[in-house]
Design a protein around this ligand. Structure first.
Ligand code: NAG
Ligand code: NAG
Ligand code: NAG
Ligand code: NAG
Length: 377
C-alpha cells in the first residue's frame, strides 16, 4: 500500500508543476511582458527572443492587384526556364543612333556564332552598320527621353523581342558607349553559370535616393522599399519574364517617378528595377552592375574616356576590381563597399565598361587581345 502511494505521489507532483508552468506561459502569451526585466525572465536576448514565440503582427492587407502580381511572379520565379540545346546570350543595345564600337564588338563576337544574338533599339536615327552581326538586328523602336519612363519602355521592348527566341537565356543591356572587357567565352561562362541576375541595387537615404520617393506610391511601395541603381542590367530569362509580367509596380513608377514629380526629379530607369527586384526577389540579384563606370571625379556625369586614356594598364585595372562601391547622396556621403561574390565566391566585378568616346575605337581594337587575355597571378 505504502509503495503504491509513493508511486502515485511523484507523477501528481510533476503534473501540478507542469500545469503551473503552462498557466504561466499562457498568461505571458495573453499579456506579453512590456518591461525589459520581464523579458529577461524568458530569454537572454530580451524581448526580441520572446516575440519570436508570438504570432507575427498582422501585416497590411494586400490589394487584389498585389495578390495577383505576387502569385504570377512567384510562379515564374519558381519555374526554371526550358533547357534548350543551344543556350544563347542576348545583347540588347540601347542607342540613340550610331554604334561607334561595332567593329570592336565584331571582334568580340567573331568565332562564337550561334551562341549569342544581337538586338538594337535605335531611338533617333537608324545606324549604319559595319558588322554582319548587327545588320538587320534593329527592332521597332520609339522615342526615348532621358530620365523618363520611355527609357524603361525601350528596355522592356528589347527584352520582349529577345524573349521570342527560346534559346536566349541571359539578357545584357548595353549602351552605345559600352565596350567589352573580356573575351566572349569569359563573358558567356560568367553570365550563363551565374545563379543571379546582375541588377545594381543599393539603399540611398539621401536626396538622390529615397528623397525621390513619392507618397503616391503607397501602399504597394513604401519609402523603406525604395532602391537605386544604374540601369545597365543583365537578367536571367525568368527575371526578364517577370519584368514583362509586371504592370502593378511598373505603373506606380510610370505615374509617380518622373522628372518634376512633387517638385523633385525622379528617374524610373534608376529606381524601378532595383526597387522591384529588391522587393520581389532580393536574393536573386547580385546588387551590382557588371558594367563599370567611373564616378570618382564627383561630377554630374561619369568620366568619359578619351583616346589618350586608353592603355592596357587602364583596362587591366578595371578588370581587376573585385569590390563594388556605392556612395549615398546625403551630406556625409556614406561609402558602401562590398566584395563581388559570384555564386558565393569572390570574383572580379566587371565584364563591360562605359563611357568611351568614339575616338578610342582604334586603340581599343589594337589592344583588345592584350587586355582580354587573362593571366592569373
Ligand atoms: C542583395 O541585397 C539584398 C538586400 O537588399 C540581400 O537580401 C541579397 O542577399 C543581396 N544579394 C546577394 C546575391 O548577396
Ligand atoms: C592602375 O592602378 C594602379 C594601382 O591602383 C594606379 O597606381 C595606376 O595609376 C592605375 N593606372 C591607370 C592607367 O589607371
Ligand atoms: C548561389 O550560390 C551560392 C553558393 O552556392 C549560394 O550561397 C546562394 O544562395 C545561391 N543563390 C541563389 C539565388 O541560388
Ligand atoms: C599586345 O600584345 C602583343 C602580342 O602579345 C605585343 O606585341 C604588344 O606589344 C602588346 N601591346 C601592348 C600595348 O601591350
Amino acid at each position: 500500500m505504502a509503495r503504491h502511494r509513493a508511486q502515485l505521489k511523484k507523477p501528481t507532483w510533476i503534473m501540478v508543476l507542469l500545469s503551473l508552468v503552462c498557466i504561466f506561459l499562457i498568461c505571458a502569451y495573453v499579456y506579453p511582458p512590456h518591461n525589459t526585466a520581464a523579458c529577461y525572465v524568458f530569454s537572454s536576448n530580451g524581448c526580441n527572443g520572446f516575440s519570436k514565440w508570438l504570432p507575427p503582427s498582422p501585416a497590411r492587407e494586400f490589394t487584389d492587384e498585389e495578390i495577383a502580381s505576387h502569385v504570377v511572379i512567384r510562379d515564374i520565379l519558381s519555374t526554371p526556364p526550358c533547357q534548350t540545346k543551344n543556350p544563347k546570350l542576348a545583347f540588347l543595345f540601347l542607342t540613340p543612333g550610331a554604334l561607334p564600337f561595332e567593329r570592336l564588338w565584331d571582334k568580340f563576337f567573331h568565332g562564337h556564332e550561334g551562341r549569342f544574338s544581337v538586338y538594337v533599339h535605335a531611338s533617333k536615327d537608324k545606324p549604319l552598320h559595319f558588322s554582319r552581326y548587327f545588320i538587320n538586328r534593329e527592332i521597332r523602336s520609339d522615342k526615348v527621353v532621358w530620365g523618363k519612363i520611355s527609357m524603361v519602355d525601350a528596355e522592356r521592348r528589347l527584352l520582349a523581342n529577345a524573349l521570342k527566341d527560346p534559346d536566349n537565356q541571359h539578357f545584357v543591356l548595353l549602351s552605345d558607349s559600352c565596350i567589352p572587357l573580356h573575351d566572349f567565352d569569359y563573358v558567356y561562362n560568367y553570365l550563363m553559370y551565374s545563379n543571379t541576375s546582375f541588377v545594381d541595387c543599393f539603399e540611398d537615404p539621401g536626396p538622390h535616393g529615397s528623397g525621390r520617393f513619392s507618397e503616391h506610391m503607397l501602399p504597394e511601395v513604401e519609402k523603406s522599399d525604395f532602391r537605386k541603381g544604374a540601369q545597365w542590367f543583365t537578367l536571367k530569362r525568368q527575371h526578364a519574364l517577370v519584368v514583362l509580367a509586371d504592370s502593378l509596380y511598373y505603373s506606380k513608377f510610370r505615374d509617380y517617378c518622373k522628372p518634376g514629380m512633387d517638385g523633385r526629379n525622379c528617374y524610373s530607369d534608376e529606381h524601378y528595377l532595383p526597387t522591384f527586384f529588391s522587393m520581389l526577389d532580393p536574393a536573386g540579384i547580385a546588387n551590382w552592375s557588371v558594367t563599370h563606370v567611373d564616378w570618382s571625379e564627383g561630377k554630374w556625369h561619369p568620366k568619359s574616356y578619351t583616346a589618350q586614356d586608353i592603355t592596357v594598364e587602364l583596362l587591366k585595372n578595371i578588370t581587376s576590381i573585385g569590390e563594388s562601391v556605392h556612395v549615398t547622396s546625403e551630406e556625409k556621403k556614406e561609402i558602401q563597399v562590398r566584395a563581388c561574390l559570384w555564386n558565393g565566391r569572390p570574383r572580379p566585378c566587371y565584364l563591360f565598361a562605359r563611357k568611351f568616346l568614339p575616338e578610342t575605337l582604334d586603340k581599343l581594337i589594337q589592344i583588345f587581345s592584350n587586355y582580354t587575355t587573362i593571366r592569373i597571378g
